[in-house]
Design a protein around this ligand. Sequence first.
Ligand code: TXA
Ligand code: MG
Length: 540
Amino acid sequence: MQTLALDSTGLEQAAQIIRRGGLVAIPTETVYGLGADALNAEAVRHIFEAKGRPQDNPLIIHVPSADWLETYCHDIPDAAYALAAEFWPGPLTMILPRREIVPLQTTGGLETVGVRCPNHPLTLEIIARAGVPIAAPSGNTSGRPSPTTAAHMWEDMDGKIDAIVDGGPCGVGVESTIIDLTVTPPRLLRPGGLPLEELRRVLGEVAVDEAVVRKMADDEHPRAPGMKYRHYAPKAPVTVFTGAPAATAAVMASHAGAQTGVICFDEFAGRFPGCEVQTLGPVGQPEAHARRVFDALRHFDSTAVTEILAQCPPETGLGLAVANRLKKAAGFQTVAVPSGRPLWVLGITGGTGCGKTSLLRRVAARGGLCIDCDAVYHRLLREDAHLLEALRVRFPAAFAGGALDRKALGRLVFGNPAELAALNAITHPAVRAAVQQTLDAARADGVSLAAIDAVGLIEGGLCALCSRTVAVTAPEQARVQRLMAREGIGEDYARLRIAAQKPDAAFAAGCDDVLVNDCPDAAEFDRCCGEYLDRVTKDI
Ligand code: TXA
Ligand code: MG
């Protein structure tokens, strides 16, 4: 089908398409909707088809004023009129008992119907001209982020619907707030463009549905059926970081790599060099965050990112809706970054194949900032002019071609303790200074948990930067097995790699604690790491 591009000059045409049972994308102040005659079961069926939406997920109907409520709903409480008087036209959907005239196809089989009066002049005009309520879910393909521009609508619906009316970018940017008025007390089913605080001001007590705050299990049935589906999700997995903005930015930056997508407040965009960054607007401007959030989520699908890290705004006012959209995009995968206490630093060391990574993952899951000293070292070798100059003077042979040849440098010190000591005397202070700088910055940002991961934790003097140190060790046979499985290498090579490192006892000697990984499997050791962290962080 050829999809027509319409604008404010094509409203009569849009209304005609609706009247004869077609599908039209309509602009609203929240998000673009995919509209059809709400009273025409066949037209409504096409909405579900075009979106790929499950049939049991009801549509809301759009009316031009509260005067239409009586025609489509019964047993309307005074509260509905009070809300309409305050907030319509606007981003509020009310769930009320349905009259028979609204087909069950529209309500997904429910005896209730969601009604809203949108605040957009073009769409109000189209409804008035069509003379019927317009059923309209958000215009995205089911599961994708909601559309907030006509361009988003073309992305998802070109060729699938009769027309797209361009009414400019949506002013609010997140969908309407949904309040269920058929229960006592009224219940918030979806946070949206109208803050919960505003509803409570008019209604008094308002309950918040469980589906707003946590992931629904497969066998659970939230009151808004749509809340159980995976939503708003880009292709790459999303993790949401909650906490003080400076602290979350610092922790996210420590976890971000070249393939990472980042959603952050404007102030922190510079913290993620090399990452694919989408900004939400400045801290403290929830209206901007709401307008940006879906476009930011959508953006990553046209990039090669393999993960997305997102800063979460505080969950008050409009922030509740923005946080909810981000968390739903993340399948409620969130990390709470602790802040407001003095920075506590765990130094982690140990040989390859012992399980340091499990402990680091545990620190990360608690919102800790993780410093990989190997990565710091390699960054310095690329960027630190002073370090490179010192190396050039002491190891000219490693600069035969002009630039540093890391392999040549490795050959010069391999098996030669005196040369290795000379190299360490140059590199250790540089790494230590860089780590110190990162920790100082984290402290200034209010971060209160960090880990330093370093093979040379003790001899490099990094332990002096730590509140506590731990060596992760494991029986040799277990390390061999793990290395072989992890890196697909043979047994002899695995043993060689282990023999080239310091013995476990040497790692253990310099540390406050030793965590012995003699667990039969990774899950068990993961639990041990959790218990260890609980123990050592108990009193901080
Ligand atoms: O801002 C909005 O509300 C946008 C614009 C286009 O108006 N529309 C929108 O519709 O977001 P949709 O279908 O994407 O989301 C409506 C949500 C769904 O989660 C649905 O399950 C729920 O409302 N819903 C609809 N009717 C309901 C009812 N009778 N009872 C409970 N939940 C209902
Ligand atoms: Mg939707």
